[in-house]
Design a binder for this molecule. Structure first.
Ligand SMILES: Nc1ncnc2c1ncn2[C@@H]1O[C@H](COP(=O)(O)OP(=O)(O)OP(=O)(O)O)[C@@H](O)[C@H]1O
Ligand SMILES: [Mg+2]
Length: 258
């Protein structure tokens, strides 16, 4: 796997690095460590590599930042972690990590490229460890078909032999069927909810859709919770990821609803 140069955070035009990896606040990093620990309990039945899909009901709820920060947090345990950008329609891991998206997943699924050339290592600038990324590649006309293909299943099986954990960033369930399509290939899904953004009705619909495909929902990540965010935050109501990540188990949340 070719190693990417360490990059300087804050150098891209659309700088979102303040919400990512080493730039998270102490509380933000702690929240991801809790999420990581909870997730490890979800993998107790899994032999070998644990695979988790990250989705949500709406666009822009924080799936991609959650996927990146989760991969970073798992890599801190000295585990071999792969982050896959399977949101081939609105890929954004490349711009958030300031990397070239090609070659990536779509190229591996349509061309004869070897996976080695598409797997790259991301090492945050102040860290001595990092994680691997498989970016989206060229935008394909048929992302759902590609994700549903036997080639995708074979690729994931091969990647599972090389990593301890695989985190897959997906599109929202409400918009397209890609997340449901891939749910059969993962151990479980995390559903991101963004405070003051996610509608209860659409979230219910998202859960129904995932249940229809027998997806296992590991739990929910509450992103942008006002409770816990600093009042003096310069990032307004979302806060700079200051204690604003939560994690709740699907089954306990269901009980609360009753
Ligand atoms: N808690 C937060 N505080 C501040 N900004 C946030 C927070 N969560 C996400 N953002 C910002 O909101 C935007 C959307 O986040 P992100 O790209 O992770 O969402 P997404 O669910 O992956 O979106 P899409 O559906 O387009 O893939 C980004 O600009 C991100 O930096
Ligand atoms: Mg995204």
């Amino acid at each position: 796997m070719a190693e990417e140069k360490k990059r300087k955070s804050g150098s891209s035009k659309n700088d979102q690095s303040q919400f990512l990896c080493e730039n998270l606040t102490f509380a933000g990093k702690e929240a991801f460590k809790r999420l990581r620990t909870n997730l490890q309990f979800c993998f107790t039945d899994t032999e070998g590599c644990g695979v988790v899909g990250i989705t949500s009901s709406h666009p822009a709820e924080g799936k991609t930042v959650t996927a990146i920060n989760l991969a970073y947090s798992m890599a801190q345990l000295n585990k071999k972690v792969l982050l896959i950008d399977a949101d081939m329609r609105r890929a954004s891991i490349d711009s958030k990590l300031n990397m070239n998206p090609k070659p990536g997943l779509s190229n591996l699924l349509t061309e004869t490229n070897s996976a080695a050339g598409a797997l790259r290592e991301y090492i945050p600038k102040d860290d001595s460890f990092g994680f691997n990324v498989l970016l989206s590649g060229d935008v394909p006309p048929n992302p759902s078909e590609l994700l549903n293909s036997p080639r995708m299943a074979r690729l994931l099986e091969m990647l599972k032999t090389k990593f301890d954990y695989i985190v897959i960033d997906l599109p929202p369930v409400g918009a397209v069927s890609d997340a449901q399509t891939i749910s059969k290939l993962v151990d479980g899904m995390l559903v991101v909810i963004r405070e003051n953004h996610t509608s209860k009705y659409i979230l219910n619909e998202c859960i129904t859709q995932l249940n229809l495909t027998n997806s296992r929902i590991f739990g929910f990540v509450i992103n942008g919770s006002i409770a816990g965010a600093s009042k003096s935050s310069s990032y307004g109501k979302y806060g700079p990821y200051n204690s604003n990540y939560g994690y709740s188990n699907y089954y306990s949340s269901k009980k609360e609803e009753r």
